[in-house]
Design a protein around this ligand. Structure first.
Ligand code: 6PG
Length: 473
């Protein structure tokens, strides 16, 4: 009766594609969906792809569970939030000690931590799994970030590794720690994804509004860049997006797309996590802010009417090589920040997150996959530095690339073209490398109005000053 190696609930696009991927890798998979017609559609798809002999469709939840070999691994691919909790409650009476729920949506890491603890008490494993790579990744090889109990990870490991993307033959799938570790890492992945996308958009802004390049010309530049250090999935798809033509009008598609960015929340969670952990992540924060301001289209239109159109370059020269290096420098800063957030979370939550492994499993399958991550994983594998800005190979790149970032941010500021993310990266870099900062003044002010105290550089212990009263003013 128990014939399936694994089960999957939730046959929307991501769930269906993951299930087909599992079947294609030779594992028998039981599938279930609340709306039964979806199960039939899925069986139709599996049949078309010659995979139906690996599929055990089941409309009744209890029967579905009984058809999975013990200890069971049950993937749930339902909408993040309450639907996940509801599904867990439905599954609980059906599962037995040692079984595991593998939750593969974009869930908030603290929810995964809570679910992990709740199910642990009941003898059931909860694996919170970040899956990146979109629909195509789910079907042909995503990057898989696993958090939860190690024992149940081991049960599912062969299947998860088999279906994951491979980089030089190595699976882009790893166990990263207990509880919410997998979803935390996926959240930071998405924060970095936001940063990458926003910095690309800012550079495109210079091309469009400064250099007056047509989308096709800009596409050509991105295609060139994809052959160099920026080589990555996001740079590659940028070329395709810029090249696309809207069929009805024959106009470049990008010129017709409304400039209001959507966001489902993971970028915001990433910025909140950074803030809560006390780690600066200005690039991610900038990227989230850029999406939020983009959505206020009406206000932007009104403000442009008040302040006028951007001045533009006015003859200022922009070197495409500098633009490329600026993007690279911004990217290094952004990844440096994301990895420090993960290092701090690891310490705070006792996860022992393997930073080099994280960079490794992001080399293929996921949205931020790139050549750069191979370099990063090698750097982290060698040393203890959690801030990429201090890793020798990256120090070398930054020593020259920061100059280009500086030039581009300066030219954009004069041209009145926004660079919320790239300028935030530059500001972070300049703050990070400045031995003598300016918060000595801040500390003085804090002591003035709130007796918060300060340290004097020539003596031990907290000090206060006898400040004059300002009441009479
Ligand atoms: C991935 C993507 C994926 C999804 C984002 C989109 O890694 O495969 O990150 O998870 O595309 O959640 O997020 P926004 O809608 O917030 O841009």
């Amino acid at each position: 009766m128990s014939s399936a190696d694994i089960g999957l609930i939730g046959l929307a696009v991501m769930g269906s594609n993951l299930a087909l991927n599992i079947a294609e890798n030779g594992y028998t998979i039981a599938v279930h969906n609340r709306t039964a017609s979806r199960i039939d559609d899925f069986v139709g798809m599996a049949t078309e792809q010659g995979l139906n002999d690996k599929v055990v469709p089941e409309a009744d939840l209890a029967t579905f569970i009984s058809k999975i070999k013990r200890p069971r691994s049950v993937i749930i691919m339902v909408k993040a939030g309450k639907p996940v909790d509801d599904m867990i409650e439905q599954l609980l009476p059906l599962l037995e000690e040692g079984d595991a729920i593998l939750e593969c949506g974009n869930s908030l890491y603290s929810d995964s931590q809570r679910r992990f603890e709740y199910l642990k008490e009941k003898g059931i494993g909860f694996l919170g799994i970040g899956v990146s790579g979109g629909e195509e990744g789910a079907r042909h090889g995503p990057s898989i970030m696993v958090g939860g109990p190690e024992e149940q990870w081991k049960n599912a490991q062969p299947i998860l590794e088999a279906i994951s993307a491979k980089f030089d033959g190595e699976p882009c799938c790893a166990y990263l720690g207990e509880g919410g570790a997998g979803h935390f890492v996926k959240t930071i992945h998405n924060g970095i994804e936001y940063g990458d996308m926003q910095m690309i958009a800012e550079v495109y802004g210079i091309m469009r509004d400064g250099l007056h390049m047509a989308p096709g010309e800009a596409a050509e530049v991105f295609r060139e860049w994809n052959k160099g250090p920026l080589n990555s999935y996001l740079i590659e798809i940028t070329g395709h997006v810029l090249d696309a033509v809207e069929p009805k009008t024959g106009t470049p598609l990008v010129e017709l797309i409304l400039d209001k960015a959507g966001q489902k929340g993971t970028g915001i969670w990433s910025a909140i996590a950074a803030q809560q952990l006390g780690v600066p992540a200005t690039a991610i924060e900038g990227a989230v802010a850029a999406r939020s301001i983009s959505s206020r289209k009406d206000e932007r239109v009104a403000a442009e009417a008040v302040y006028g159109k951007p001045a533009g370059l006015g003859g200022a020269h922009v070197d495409l090589g500098d633009l490329e290096q600026a993007l690279l420098a911004g990217k290094i800063v952004s990844y440096a920040q994301g990895f420090v957030v993960m290092a701090k979370a690891s310490e705070e939550f006792g996860w022992n997150l393997p930073l080099a492994t994280i960079a490794k499993i992001w080399r293929a399958g996921c949205i931020i996959r790139s050549r750069f991550l191979d370099q990063m994983s090698a750097a982290y594998a060698q040393g203890e530095n959690t801030n990429l800005l201090m890793v020798p190979d990256f120090v070398e790149i930054m020593k020259t690339a920061n100059g280009s970032l500086r030039k581009i941010v300066a030219v954009a500021a004069t041209a009145e073209l926004p660079m919320i993310c790239l300028s935030a990266s530059l500001a972070y870099f300049d703050s990070y490398r400045q031995a003598l900062g300016t918060t000595n003044l801040t500390q003085g002010q804090r002591d003035f109005f709130g007796a918060h105290g300060f340290i004097l550089t020539d003596r031990e212990g907290e000090q206060h000053h006898d400040w004059p009263s300002t009441l009479e003013h």
